[in-house]
Design a protein around this ligand. Structure first.
Ligand SMILES: [Zn+2]
Ligand SMILES: [Zn+2]
Length: 165
């Protein structure tokens, strides 16, 4: 067997620790972390980029788990409810919460989506949500904000671009 590259190894470690953390969160919220939900989460946690529902379906099929799309969507709903994945509305795709290991603050995140590598990160967006709410109310509008997404370039891609000069 070929030795694993350190990157592969790191990725496996990351997925394993995400699985552990998700297991704890499911238990805390009293939601069942079924085999199917675990499998779907594992596929999404493999990468820091967002993944579409049909891509999850394809990947699982290649591993021998053939599912109806509705089953994957139901599993995704449970993962969203638990907060271990989020939905990127602009791409209609899902990504693993990048703040899984941080203490839950109840503050809403905003999503930062890299246009180059597809990585999706999160940062505290609570102040932005509040100011959107305020501006909407000033316009006599009842806001129902669910997400804030920002597209751009992640730190790694920015560094690579700099290297190229
Ligand atoms: Zn998150
Ligand atoms: Zn990037």
């Amino acid at each position: 067997m070929a030795p694993q590259s350190s990157e592969e190894h790191r990725n496996k470690e990351r997925v394993r620790s995400s699985m552990d953390r998700a297991t704890t969160i499911f238990a805390e919220k009293n939601i069942r972390f079924t085999e199917l939900r675990r499998k779907v989460f594992e596929e999404i946690a493999q990468t820091t980029a967002s993944v579409g529902a049909y891509e999850v379906l394809d990947r699982l099929a290649k591993k021998g788990t053939r599912l109806a799309p509705i089953s994957v969507y139901r599993a995704l709903d449970a993962l969203l409810e638990a907060g271990v994945v989020h939905r990127l509305e602009s791409k209609n795709a899902y990504f693993a919460c990048s703040r899984l290991h941080q203490p839950r603050t109840g503050r809403r995140p905003m999503f930062l989506s890299c246009e180059t590598c597809g990585t999706v990160l999160e940062t505290d967006g609570e102040d932005i949500f509040k100011s959107i709410d305020g501006a909407a109310r000033n316009a006599h509008f009842e806001p129902r904000v669910k997400f804030v997404e920002v597209s751009g370039t992640c730190q790694e891609c920015a560094a690579k671009r700099k290297d190229k000069g």
